[in-house]
Design a protein around this ligand. Structure first.
Ligand SMILES: C[S@@+](CC[C@H](N)C(=O)[O-])C[C@H]1O[C@@H](n2cnc3c(N)ncnc32)[C@H](O)[C@@H]1O
Length: 210
């Protein structure tokens, strides 16, 4: 490993997390592990190649919502690597108050919103893209609600996985076909993807709300 200034800065940030939120240090480190990084860079790469939607839109910039966004890795990677349009605003929603405090400490440029997505009505918020990489943590009726309250033509990017042995995973899927089936009546122009990792498979759908 080449030791350089960004690594010094990262250790400085982690020390601040360890001092102010010691009980969260392991969770923070989990959020930035190799699998999390791979699955989110994969998402941005696929989103940049998604062939529909932006051809139809005339907006100069897009507003993006990340649902259940944890400490902001997804928001950070999208804001730095999304290439199809300039990003006007990006909001990372999570109901955990520690997430907002720690996320702001790590990524001050990201807007963190402390909110339960159960209470989030996406209508009239102006998001062109809604990303949720936490589907395995969220009840299916709530995932449907997030789509149903959004305007037609909103682009949804959803990820889930088959790690049903993890206690917090209340809504895993066993296959890509099962994941696609859950959204076939709600999303159009769907592209479905899977990423095989050593111990599990991650599934992803990109589609336009009907
Ligand atoms: C373990 S993390 C994310 C895991 C996911 N695989 C990923 O990489 O993004 C799950 C996050 O979902 C958040 N979350 C779960 N239910 C939520 C809800 N109803 N509203 C807002 N955030 C929620 C939790 O607070 C947590 O930060």
């Amino acid at each position: 490993m080449k030791f350089n200034q960004p690594i010094v800065d990262t250790f400085k940030d982690l020390k601040r997390v360890a001092k102010s939120y010691p009980g969260r240090l392991i969770d923070v480190l989990d959020c930035f592990n190799q699998n999390q990084y791979d699955s989110k860079t994969w998402l941005v790469d696929c989103l940049n190649q998604y062939p529909y939607h932006f051809k139809m839109k005339t907006n100069d910039s897009v507003k993006i919502a990340i649902l259940a966004g944890w400490y902001g890795l997804m928001a950070k990677l999208v804001s730095e690597n999304f290439t199809l349009k300039p990003i006007g605003e990006i909001h990372s929603y999570d109901f955990d108050p520690f997430v907002k405090n720690i996320g702001k400490l790590l990524f001050p440029e990201i807007t963190f919103v402390e909110q339960d997505i159960t209470e989030l009505d996406l209508d009239n918020k102006g998001y062109s893209i809604v990303i949720n990489t936490s589907c395995e943590h969220i009840d299916q009726s709530l995932l449907y609600k997030s789509i149903d309250t959004a305007p037609a033509n909103t682009l949804f990017v959803l990820q889930s996985n088959n790690m049903s042995y993890v206690q917090q995973h209340i809504n895993c899927v066993d296959s890509l076909q099962m994941f696609e089936k859950q959204y076939e009546s709600r999303l159009d122009k769907v592209r479905a993807y899977e990423l095989h990792k050593e111990k599990y498979t991650r599934y992803m759908l990109i589609g336009v709300k009907r």
